[in-house]
Ligand binder design. Structure first.
Ligand code: ADP
Length: 330
């Protein structure tokens, strides 16, 4: 099904610097929503997506469709295009979030972070061209299939996400919305961190309110002083691990937002499901969810820990290669 609508005719072609090797723009002419790739220093326009769109998913502020790429500058011939939803009230700041997502994600380059290939930011609809992750959202996989997945597979997802976050912190990006719903699975079954709509390029960030933030994933200090640093991503990552081992059940499920807030401020943390390895449960509940940020491990320490858990799991189950089927329904 094609959910994208024909673009309005635009006066001229607007190009936008994306990755060093690509610029993305509407051609504004086709009968289908077509993106055009501009090679640096040239005016030649190469169509990267044609009348081959398939709906991939809907998010809070974007609609994501499949696009085909026909250009040697790309190793991949398919990509995902995110378009800002139409008709959403302006006060929700969706366009702003989109601009943040593009600005932050374009320079990122890591195997555990979804790559942004280019974007269109000054003509509507705003568009983001991303690496295609055929496995879909990690949350969807967890809800549908995690019961049958081995602990090795699940711990691998945790390690993948930890590596992505380690990289982000290394380049000075705070994600601020770490959750299984914001990770995607690529064609090799690797989980990648995505969705940078709330991200900031900062080591420390303070707000005046927690409005529009994922309250139940936040640590106590972000709820009280609205401050964010790497340790707050670490705390939210603890919830991601809980989601991975518990079919993506959201933190403080069954409680209202204010009730969850009370629990967090009282230091009542979520337990990791008992199917998870004991050492991992202890690590998350006691170290990652430490009330005071200073006692939480860093992402590199978490990567080290998860790597160790994986080697123990492999030793205990030599036949398990952590494989699983990546289906279109994931
Ligand atoms: P939002 O930021 O608006 O919440 P998302 O980025 O979460 O939107 O995307 C919504 C859905 O679209 C995801 O849950 C996933 O199913 C699908 N999707 C998003 N990005 C990709 C991608 N790069 N490859 C494949 N599917 C994707």
């Amino acid at each position: 099904t094609c959910l994208l609508e024909e673009p309005e005719a635009s006066a001229g072609i607007q190009t936008h610097v994306g990755r060093p090797d690509s610029r993305l723009a509407w051609n504004g002419k086709g009968a289908w929503p077509v993106c055009a790739l501009h090679e640096p220093g040239t005016t030649s326009r190469i169509i990267v997506s044609g009348p081959f769109f398939r709906w991939l998913g809907n998010g809070a502020f974007g609609e994501v469709s499949l696009a085909e790429i026909n250009h040697p500058a790309f190793t991949q011939n398919k990509a995902a295009v995110k378009t800002v939803k139409k008709g959403v009230p302006e006060h929700l700041g969706l366009e702003e979030k989109f601009l943040v997502e593009g600005t932050i994600s374009i320079p990122l380059d890591h195997p555990n972070v979804v790559r942004t290939l280019g974007w269109c930011y000054d003509s509507k609809p705003l568009q983001l061209l991303m690496e295609l992750c055929p496995g879909g959202a990690l949350s969807t996989f967890l809800m549908a299939k995690s019961e049958k997945a081995s602990n090795l597979t699940l711990t691998r997802f945790c390690l993948d996400a930890a590596r992505g976050l380690e990289y982000l912190h290394d380049v000075g990006v705070l994600h601020r919305d770490v959750a299984a719903r914001n990770c995607l699975i690529d064609e090799h079954g690797t989980a990648k961190v995505a969705d940078f709509g709330l991200s900031v390029k900062a080591y420390y960030y303070e707000m005046t309110t927690a409005e529009n933030l994922p309250t139940r994933y936040l640590p106590p200090e972000s709820l009280t002083s609205y401050s964010f640093k790497a340790e707050s991503d670490v705390y939210a990552y603890g919830h991601l691990v809980c989601e991975v081992f518990n079919k993506c059940q959201m933190p403080y499920a069954g409680m209202s937002g204010p009730e969850a807030r009370k629990q967090i401020l009282a230091g009542k943390v979520v337990n990791v499901h008992e199917r998870a390895p004991e050492a991992l449960r202890f690590f998350v509940e006691n170290r990652i969810f430490a009330y005071h940020a200073i006692y939480r491990p860093t992402m590199p320490q978490i990567v080290e820990f998860m790597t160790e858990v994986i080697s123990i799991l492999k030793e205990a189950n030599p036949g398990d290669n952590a494989a699983f089927e990546i289906g279109a329904e994931n």
